[in-house]
Design a protein around this ligand. Structure first.
Ligand SMILES: [Zn+2]
Ligand SMILES: [Zn+2]
Length: 105
């Protein structure tokens, strides 16, 4: 006896869609660049990218909130960088002076 039952196979297909955490806009997914803020990892659409910069090969994006918070820190970092440069200059100058002195002996 042959008994045939029909069975419909269903496969679960997962589709990922990303929406901006600020405005809910669908974000076109890209394999090549991140679609999230590098600080808080919230997904952000193009119009909610406050700032972006290449850090090596990866593009780092900042959302408006993180970028706003960062201003205070970036100002301090910039100050420190200037200080660093000044210290290197001073060091360099000292070394040069020393060489000059030894030449005069
Ligand atoms: Zn948005
Ligand atoms: Zn953020």
């Amino acid at each position: 006896m042959k008994k045939t039952t029909e069975r419909i196979e269903q496969y679960e297909v997962k589709e990922h869609k990303y929406f901006c955490d600020y405005c809910g806009e669908l974000i076109p997914y890209s394999r090549y660049e991140p679609i999230y803020c590098c600080m808080c990892e919230r997904d952000i659409c193009d119009s909610h990218v406050a700032y972006q910069e290449y850090e090596g090969d990866t593009l780092e994006k900042y959302c408006p909130e993180c970028w706003e918070l960062g201003k205070e820190y970036l100002a301090k970092i910039e100050e420190l960088e200037e200080e660093e440069e000044r210290l290197y200059d001073e060091w360099h100058k000292k070394c040069k002076e020393k060489t000059e002195e030894s030449k005069n002996v």
